[in-house]
Design a protein around this ligand. Structure first.
Ligand code: GDP
Length: 442
């Protein structure tokens, strides 16, 4: 996700790290590169321009804080500005009020509406709701079949629509169907078109008038970049869109849509699709997304996923270690082993702080082989070395490389990744160097 953008940002920050002090000149240079990186990622040009202006205003005249280097300070400012750009905080679905609540999914053909309907049903059922699926795309019988199949997999009720019904009649009747089946939420999948046209908008308006949905979510394909932003604007002008679901973020989307949609349309992104499977939907958290884009990982999402995959005690232990900065190379190795349990390896690795950097350093694909090599290096260390990486000197490195069939250079790379990971975790958990002591006193 957004690999290029991450690489570019890291280059800017690395460059700044080399300077002891922020000067007008190096800030200007960094800002120029940030702007180019955003434009290359297909961010709307006006959004990119305003973004750089915001950063410039925040960076200039900043007191240098004792605990941060100038480079870190710029990372902090960019992180906050990116978070603001994407809406600041997560905007949850508003499903208060008497049931059944109605969620209507709209969007162009192929954007991922039907898949998202299934994912959303799965997400809501995990949150103790009882959804019912409603196929209202009467022009494509295959779409009705697709949703019916998904409902079967999820063991959820599906309204038996037929292609000779009018969509607005389907949704009207589906409301009483939902009541009969004790469902508290209807998820309506509507028809799409290849392009926006008046006929489609009129149909969606009729549906809107009949059921007055609590949520009308636009499903947009992140891979289409600025087109997704234009589509969101048009739908938002014609209908009362309450949020966006940005799909296919697992592909090689450049980031333009995710970064521009809120700023251009005012509509918050509520969810992102990160795969074709039913569990590949994530609540959109601007701060976590910003952290991922900057290559700082997304520890909170991993912890949530871990809570799903492991028992709670294990997940809490991991969170405690992150917080207390007592994360050793053994934990690093355990993390590698555990990520295999967490689903798509590639997507999870990108959420680990430092992993993005490791990938870039080695100029390699993150693959099973790389994991095996990393694990072999850590296995060749003594227990003492794993607990305290600081003691690993040149002769120890040579021994470790020999033992693991790797090179000293590879051992160095691993140690650098590990140190980067620890440093970023400290930053992300909001702790300065002093927090550990402070906590102990309490
Ligand atoms: P619709 O025409 O809007 O209903 O789109 P579909 O739900 O049929 O999805 C179109 C294609 O996109 C299908 O092949 C889906 O599997 C795929 N798709 C949907 N969401 C995602 C996603 O988040 N990631 C990936 N990789 N594929 C997706």
């Amino acid at each position: 996700m957004f690999d290029n953008l991450t690489t570019k940002f890291q280059k800017v920050f690395r460059h700044l790290k080399g300077h002891g002090k922020l000067t007008e000149e190096n800030i200007q240079e960094a800002l120029r590169e940030v702007r180019l990186a955003l434009l290359e990622a297909d961010v709307h040009y006006k959004v990119a321009k305003d973004f750089v202006k915001t950063i410039a205003q925040r960076a200039v005249g900043q007191e240098v804080m004792g605990s941060l280097t100038p480079g870190q300070q710029v990372i902090k400012i960019v992180n906050e500005a990116l978070t603001d750009l994407m809406g600041g905080t997560a905007v949850p679905l508003d499903l208060t009020g008497p049931p059944p609540q109605v969620i209507v999914l709209v969007g162009l053909q192929g954007s991922g509406k039907t898949t998202t309907a299934g994912k959303l049903a799965f997400h809501l059922s995990k949150n103790k709701r009882r959804p019912c699926l409603v196929p209202a795309d009467v022009y494509r019988p295959a779409a009705i079949d697709q949703l019916t199949t998904l409902a079967g997999q999820l063991k959820m009720p599906v309204y038996p629509s037929s292609s000779d019904q009018k969509p607005e009649h389907i949704v009207r009747d589906a409301v009483s169907f939902a009541r009969q089946h004790q469902c508290d939420t209807l998820i309506v999948d509507t028809a799409g078109r290849l392009h926006i046209d008046q006929e489609l908008m009129d149909e969606l308006k009729r549906i809107e008038a009949v059921v007055k949905p609590q949520e009308m979510l636009l499903v947009a394909d992140a891979m289409t970049g600025q087109d997704a932003v234009r589509v969101a604007s048009s739908f938002h002008e014609a209908l009362h869109i309450t949020g966006v679901v940005l799909t296919k973020l697992d592909g090689d989307a450049r980031g333009g849509a995710a970064l521009s949609i809120k700023a251009v349309t005012g509509c918050p992104i509520k969810f992102v699709g990160v795969g074709e499977k039913l569990d590949a939907l994530e609540v959109f958290h601007p701060d976590r997304m910003s952290s991922r884009i900057l290559g700082m990982g997304d520890v909170l999402t991993i912890i949530e996923k871990a809570q799903d995959a492991f028992d709670e005690r294990e997940a809490e232990e991991m969170a405690r270690k992150f917080k207390e900065d007592s994360f050793t190379l053994e934990d690093f190795r355990d993390q590698l082993r555990q990520v295999k349990k967490l689903g798509s390896l590639e997507s999870i690795l990108k959420m680990l702080p430092g992993m993005g950097i490791m990938k870039e350093l080695k100029k390699m694909e993150v693959d099973e082989k790389a994991l095996v090599r990393t694990e072999a290096i850590i296995n060749s260390m003594t227990r003492q070395e794993r607990q305290n990486a600081g003691i690993i000197n040149a002769s120890r490195k040579r021994r470790i490389a020999r033992g693991s069939g790797t090179t000293v250079q590879e051992v160095n790379q691993l140690l650098r990744s590990y140190n980067d990971a620890r440093r970023m975790m400290r930053q992300m958990m909001g702790g300065g160097k002093a927090t550990k002591k402070g906590k102990k006193k309490k």
